[in-house]
Each structure stands twice: as structure tokens, then as C-alpha cells.
Write a protein that binds this ligand. Structure first.
Ligand code: HEM
Length: 170
């Protein structure tokens, strides 16, 4: 495959990576504020939160399909490399988090309409017990994602600053 074409596949993969990272960080930061939002502002807040969360789900599917289709980031013995394992963990978690979000939204007492297009709260009747279960799970996954994000950032920074420095010819 021509090198130029291959480079463009990686550029698209990187663009998807940063788009998901940006939206994911926004969701993680704003999600914790959801409990403090006044009932008047809640529908708008949840419209954006659930819409962006659903978008993350779609973008992660596209990312997975893109890297498989073009055989990107294929490394030998990847399963022995902790930094790659951490990166790969983001995929199931960023697919699971929106699913748990939808299940949580289905049992809420308030309206959750993703971008005012999909009414997730109409999927089931209000049920506080079920809401609490999925709410707890949603919170736990968010904490795991924050921890992974910290490890991933430190790992990438280390590679960028330390390992690049080592490879500079004297
Ligand atoms: C990657 C995607 C997502 C991330 C990172 C995320 C993150 C968060 C976080 C950190 C919280 C606060 C958890 C807590 O208070 O314990 C939260 C709350 C919530 N999220 Fe998400 N979320 C995502 C996707 C979704 C989706 C797709 C939906 C709905 C379709 C959703 C619905 C909710 C609801 C209903 C709450 C609770 C609001 C409340 O406290 O009343 N989330 N989210």
C-alpha cells in the first residue's frame, strides 16, 4: 500500500481518537454536576449529555471498524505490553458506558432525550431501584475511565518526553 495512503488512514484514526477524547473528558467532567442541576435545566443538560454519550458509542464503533479495516496499530505480542492493554480497555468501556447510560435513562423520573431526537426515558416505566443500580454502575465505570485516562496520559507523556530524549543521538 502506498505510504501516503497509509498515512491518511492514520490521520483519520488520530482525528477520531482526539474527537472521542474531547467528548469523553467533557462527559466525565460534566456528568458529576448532573445531580446539582435544577429541574428546569435538567432536560437541556441531559439532552446534551445523552446525545454526546450516544455519539461516543457510534464513534467508538467507527474507530474499531476503521483500525480493523486498514490494519492499523498492529503490533507483535501486544498482549504482553501493558500500555497497549490499557489503550484497548477504553474500547469495551466506552461502548459499555453509553449502554449503561441508556439503561439508567430508561428508568429516570425526568426526560432524557438524546439531542432531542431519541427519547431514552420512554423505553421503560420509572423505577427508582433500577435507576439506582445503573446509576451506581455508570458512576463506577466513570471512575475506572478517569483512572485509565490518568495512566494513559502519564504513559504517553513518558514516551514523548523520556523515551524520545533517550533516542536523541549524542
Ligand atoms: C462515554 C459516555 C458517557 C460518560 C463518560 C458519562 C459520564 C457520566 C458521569 C461521570 C455521570 C455522573 C455519575 C454519578 O453521579 O455517579 C453521569 C450521569 C448520568 N449519565 Fe452519563 N455518561 C455517558 C453516557 C451517557 C448516556 C449515553 C446516557 C443516556 C442515554 C447517560 C445518562 C446519564 C444519566 C441519566 C446520569 C445521571 C444524572 C443524575 O444524576 O440524575 N450517560 N454520566
Amino acid at each position: 500500500m502506498p505510504q501516503k495512503k497509509r498515512k491518511s488512514y492514520y490521520t483519520a484514526a488520530k482525528a477520531l481518537h482526539w474527537l472521542v477524547a474531547l467528548i469523553g473528558i467533557l462527559l466525565l467532567m460534566s456528568g458529576w454536576r448532573a445531580g446539582d442541576i435544577t429541574p428546569d435545566n435538567k432536560p437541556v443538560f441531559m439532552m446534551i449529555h445523552s446525545g454526546l454519550g450516544s455519539l461516543v458509542f457510534v464513534l467508538m464503533l467507527i474507530r474499531w471498524w476503521w483500525r480493523k479495516k486498514h490494519k492499523l496499530y498492529v503490533r507483535r505480542q501486544w498482549y504482553k505490553k501493558p500500555s497497549i492493554l490499557i489503550q484497548l480497555l477504553f474500547y469495551p468501556l466506552l461502548l459499555l458506558q453509553p449502554i449503561i447510560g441508556v439503561l439508567q435513562a430508561a428508568f429516570t423520573k425526568y426526560d432524557v432525550r438524546a439531542f432531542d431526537l431519541i427519547n431514552y426515558s420512554a423505553l421503560a416505566v420509572e423505577n427508582e431501584q433500577m435507576f439506582n443500580i445503573f446509576h451506581k454502575l455508570h458512576g463506577i465505570i466513570a471512575i475506572v475511565l478517569i483512572l485509565l485516562l490518568c495512566i494513559h496520559t502519564i504513559d504517553r507523556a513518558k514516551q514523548f518526553f523520556v523515551e524520545d530524549e533517550v533516542s536523541i543521538p549524542k
